[in-house]
Design a protein around this ligand. Structure first.
Ligand code: PRP
Ligand code: URA
Length: 208
């Protein structure tokens, strides 16, 4: 049985129907991808570790909590960029690393073309983000890339996935928790998720 957590939340489902609709324009698509990114982040960070800190309120000194580990967002270029602002809205202190992957249109194999990560990748909680988990090749390669730089606490965060992509991540990186807003039916013969939302990078950036 594939290990994946699908976030069930009315606001996420409502916004997913907006981004799935082919009539949704670039501006509205981008806004909703970011908003879903915020909502998912709120749901998947309930277990982040905290430490006690002393805070002086206008009345007295008291013990409060703050995050004890850094959070590092690693969007997979290009489409992952569409979720970064939404995640930073919820975690403004998060650092951002980048990994560039493109899928060969024929073989569907991922190719890494860029990688730059902050030092906190080694000690922090790393959120590898990409709206689309199709074959899982890009996500798996991106996770391998952050592991190579020393990351150990890694979560994958996506919007739309399919069984093939989840199986691939479970197989290649069994210790990585996979979070999605929706788990769709299948991949079609050209590697697109069905029903999916089409080409996410193109819809975010208005290409094509
Ligand atoms: C898309 C998408 C994912 C990848 C998913 O990127 O944004 O990164 O495909 O497919 P996979 O699970 O089969 O690897 P694409 O290669 O089209 O590049 P882009 O984001 O630059 O458009
Ligand atoms: N990449 C996309 O943008 N959409 C898909 O359906 C599959 C891969």
């Amino acid at each position: 049985m594939a290990k994946v957590k699908v976030l069930n939340h009315p606001l996420i489902d409502h916004k997913m129907s907006i981004i799935r609709n082919k009539e949704t324009d670039t501006k509205k698509f981008r806004e909703n991808v970011n908003e879903i990114g915020s909502l998912i982040t709120y749901e998947i960070t309930r277990d982040l570790p905290l430490k006690d800190v002393q805070v002086e309120t206008p009345i007295c000194v008291t013990t409060c909590k703050e995050l004890s580990k850094d959070v590092v967002i690693v969007p997979i270029l290009r489409a992952g960029l569409g979720m970064v602002e939404g995640i930073q809205t919820i975690i403004p202190t998060a650092k951002v690393g980048h990994v560039g992957m493109y899928r060969d249109e024929k073989t569907l194999e991922p190719h890494e073309y860029y990688a730059k990560f902050p030092d906190e990748i080694v000690t922090g909680t790393v959120l590898v983000v990409d709206p689309m988990l199709a074959t899982g090749g890009s996500a798996s390669a991106a996770i391998t890339a952050v592991k190579k730089r020393g990351a150990t606490d890694i979560r994958f965060v996506g919007l739309v996935g399919c069984p093939e992509g989840v199986e691939r991540l479970n197989h290649d990186h069994p210790e990585v928790d996979v979070y999605l807003a929706a788990l769709d039916e299948k991949l079609n013969e050209v590697g697109y998720i069905v029903p999916g939302l089409g080409d996410c990078g193109d819809r975010l950036f208005g290409t094509k």
